[in-house]
Design a binder for this molecule. Structure first.
Ligand SMILES: [Zn+2]
Ligand SMILES: [Zn+2]
Length: 140
């Protein structure tokens, strides 16, 4: 009986199998060495993409581990194949309307009812002008 159970010749030597195995091999890349089509979740998002349900195809060692090639990276980033990624969902009109209503509530002064270009303090909900004038009045 052979003592070694794994043999290299067990893999069928067809071209298809070889190519599939190359693609599926979960790679680990040093920071900055990953192929261009492999992106972190953040890079996908910046490119207007999302993983779309597929699992990470490789891991990327963090920048610091580039100086310690033998160290196991404790903060690896997952890499997704951008060719399997899907476009990010764009918000629907209803979602945008809801968002706008929420923003309007946060930006409209409760005293003068003027909508400002910035979000008002949660505790106060008054614009700078109203807050200042009432503050002055209270101080006087
Ligand atoms: Zn690391
Ligand atoms: Zn106001």
């Amino acid at each position: 009986m052979p003592t070694t159970r794994r043999t290299l010749t067990a893999v069928p030597a067809t071209a298809d199998v070889d190519r599939d195995q190359e693609q599926e091999q979960p790679g680990t890349y040093e920071h900055g060495t990953a192929p261009a089509h492999l992106m972190t979740r953040r890079q996908l998002r910046d490119a207007g993409l999302r993983p779309g349900g597929h699992d990470p195809v490789a891991t990327l060692r963090c920048r610091r581990c580039g100086y310690h090639p033998t160290r196991a990276c404790t903060r690896p980033a997952f890499l997704f194949d951008s060719r399997l990624a899907l476009p990010r969902r764009v918000p629907t009109l209803r979602q945008e309307e809801a968002l706008d209503r929420a923003m309007a509530a946060r930006q409209t002064c409760i005293t003068c009812r003027v909508r400002q270009a910035y979000c008002l303090p949660v505790a106060d909900r008054r614009c700078v002008g109203c807050a200042t004038s009432s503050g002055l009045a209270a101080a006087a």
